[in-house]
Design a protein around this ligand. Structure first.
Ligand code: DMJ
Length: 637
């Protein structure tokens, strides 16, 4: 009896200690440990690309306060000033700050501030920039393509002279319940936006920002249930769908004359693929078109668009390494040769993974899930470094690094801010524990700079690339983690993000890109995803009652944050067998000859979400299960 009591006692003591440690971390797994409890677990396990050990003691990727070592939490880095325990205030401080209900009044205030942020950016765009593509928020002017310098891809890839910001913002207006402005904006788009432009744009950017938005708005307008209020548009005759079709047809030349089926990265909307086009494309750009192209195909009853996008995904998939299962970040579309052999979760690959899973969620094609599962496994095997569990066991806290796709060897010691989307994707697949862990790491970086530097070097514990163009990825993951866990911690994170956006990026006529996350100098640019994603996710985080959460319809977000309801109609694929039978060859000929003369046939898409077999994969409110996991981790059960 005595030994049992002893074992039980020890077990309880251990659980208690774990609970305390976790609480001390404020659900910021791993980070808090090192900063407050120098436990001395063998830190530098990950070495540099040259095999050199990291410069300082302490886990190499933890952000530290300026000039301090591990154990000394710097201001704003998950540090004493924020978390409070290092000065001996104890876990009660965590309780006070992060558990229990987040005051409803505060939440409502934050929701209104998120809406205000959107309205300020949107109104200024309409007043000073429309019909141009983007707002220059510092000088209160509009910005279009850089005609003087066609090689300025940073601008010209995205700005097509098609009122990009207005188009990209449509469904945010609906989600915020602003029916009059939504209707006005839709009419404006119908009346003034044309794709018959001499603009050379990136196929990926035009697809996710413009095509995706048109399709999302079309479905909001034609939804018979109108969950967001009256978003019906008088005399609407599927114009947005027609526009989406027109744009997609203009993008199709990118898929022609490519030996692998992987599309050219850019097309001119009037003339097709420019002569002397580069044969190299990034994986995400070529392989993340399936959601938008698939929706379009299924709404039109025309397989062409889905077929070309699917062919590209399969071609890329076929080029993965036999040994690691990983893909590189840049490929030659004619030879299939990997030009960029870096495999990671950020730029060049991010939405490729995202769309494997989201295509499955939306269309229910098993092959998409199979590809995603295999990719996820390779990611876990080769990209994830550090210990298995986030907050316990030996080794460094986990991190996803950039490796050579063939050898799995570390290629560099930076991660990029785009990678912060990954915890959100992990929520969708149900890997919430790991999502919590990775998100905490990015949040710690945000705390340090009040933004995410474009690249952060985890070995040097300093930014490698210093700008922050108002990207949404961290708030997107924060929102999805909140949906999964309902832990008020994520509301605090959202509040923090909102406050720093207001403090560091708000300017005279909108919100400006941070040129330098340390000195907070700015650039005169407000990218369209600030309104379509950053503001939307912030708003939804604080708007518990939003129809996105409460209407009974299940929504999925495209990679540009556009909502698409998941329903039976999108899971009907009349051409499925056709795809697999002819192996592609016949279809290719048909696609080349048919695409431009397609009759527009609209399948009524407004009927609502019926329960579909794989609902558990995308249904977020698994709250009780996840809460249980978290409770377990904090030692409550
Ligand atoms: C957006 O256009 C999309 O989220 C895309 O998937 C990645 N880049 C930007 C935001 O950072």
């Amino acid at each position: 009896m005595q030994w049992r009591a002893l074992v039980l006692g020890l077990l309880l003591l251990r659980l208690g200690l774990h609970g305390l440690l976790w609480l001390a971390c404020g659900l910021g797994p791993g980070l808090g440990f090192y900063q407050r409890f120098p436990l001395g677990w063998g830190w530098p396990r990950v070495s540099g690309p040259d095999g050199a050990p990291p410069p300082a003691a302490g886990p190499p990727w933890l952000p530290r306060g300026p000039g301090r070592g591990p154990g000394a939490a710097g201001p704003g880095v998950c540090g004493a000033a924020h978390w409070g325990f290092a000065r001996g205030r104890g876990p009660d401080e965590y309780e006070r700050r992060y558990s229990g209900a987040f005051p409803p009044q505060l939440r409502a205030r934050l929701r209104d501030r998120a809406r205000g942020m959107f309205v300020f950016g949107y109104d200024n765009y309409m007043a000073h920039a429309f019909p141009q593509d983007e707002l220059n928020p510092i000088h209160c002017r509009g910005r279009g393509p850089d005609r003087g310098d066609p090689s300025n891809l940073n601008i010209n890839d995205v700005l097509g002279n098609y009122s990009l910001t207005l188009v990209d913002a449509l469904d945010t207006l609906a989600i915020m319940g602003n029916s009059s402005e939504f209707q006005k904006a839709v009419k404006l788009v119908i009346d003034t936006v044309s794709f018959d432009k001499d603009s050379t744009v990136q196929v990926f950017e035009a697809t996710i920002r413009v095509l995706g938005s048109l399709l999302s708005a079309h479905r909001i307008i034609t939804d018979s249930k109108q969950p967001f209020g009256d978003m019906a548009v008088k005399d609407y005759d599927n114009e947005l769908l027609h526009m989406a079709h027109d744009l997609a047809v203009r993008l199709l030349p990118a898929f022609e004359n490519t030996k692998t089926g992987i599309p050219y990265p850019r097309v001119n909307l009037k003339t097709g693929v420019p002569p002397n086009s580069k044969n190299e494309t990034c994986t995400a750009g070529a392989g993340s078109l399936l959601v938008e192209f698939g929706i379009l195909s299924r709404l039109l009853g025309d397989s062409t668009f889905e077929w070309v996008a699917r062919r590209a995904v399969k071609a890329l998939w076929g080029l993965r390494s036999n040994d690691t299962g990983l893909l590189g970040n840049v490929v030659n579309i004619q030879t299939g040769h990997w030009v960029g052999k870096q495999s990671g979760l950020g730029a060049g690959l991010d939405s490729f993974y995202e769309y494997l899973l989201k295509s499955y969620i939306l269309f229910g094609e098993k092959e998409d899930l199979e590809m995603f599962s295999a990719a996820y496994e390779s990611i876990q095997n080769y990209l994830r470094r550090g210990r298995e569990a986030c907050n316990e066991g030996e080794g460094d806290p986990p991190l996803y690094v950039n490796v050579n796709m063939f050898s799995g060897r570390l290629m560099n010691t930076w991660i990029d801010s785009l990678q912060a989307f990954f915890p959100g994707l992990q929520v969708l697949i149900g890997d919430v524990e790991d999502a919590i862990c990775l998100h905490a790491f990015y949040y710690a970086i945000w705390k340090r700079y009040g933004a995410l530097p474009e690249r952060y070097n985890w070995q040097l514990q300093a930014p490698d690339v210093l700008f922050y163009p108002l990207r949404p990825e961290l708030v997107e993951s924060t929102y999805l983690l909140y949906q999964a866990t309902k832990n008020p911690f994520y509301l605090h994170v959202g509040m923090d993000i909102l406050q720093s956006l207001e403090k560091y990026t708000k300017v005279k006529c909108g919100y400006a890109t941070l040129h330098h996350v340390i000195d907070k100098s700015k650039e005169d640019r407000m990218e369209s995803f600030f309104l379509s994603e950053t503001c939307k996710y912030l708003y939804l985080l604080f708007d518990e009652e939003n129809p996105v959460h409460k209407s009974g319809t299940k929504y999925m977000f495209t990679t540009e944050g556009h909502i698409v309801s998941v329903d039976r109609h999108l899971r009907e694929s009349p051409w499925k067998e056709f795809f697999s039978q002819d192996g592609g060859q016949d279809q290719e000929e048909k696609f080349v000859h048919r695409s431009k003369s397609q009759e527009l046939r609209v399948i009524n898409s407004s009927s609502n979400c019926n329960r579909v077999p794989d609902e558990r994969r995308y249904s977020l409110p698994l709250k009780s299960i996840y809460m249980r996991q978290i409770d377990k981790m904090v030692g409550l059960i």
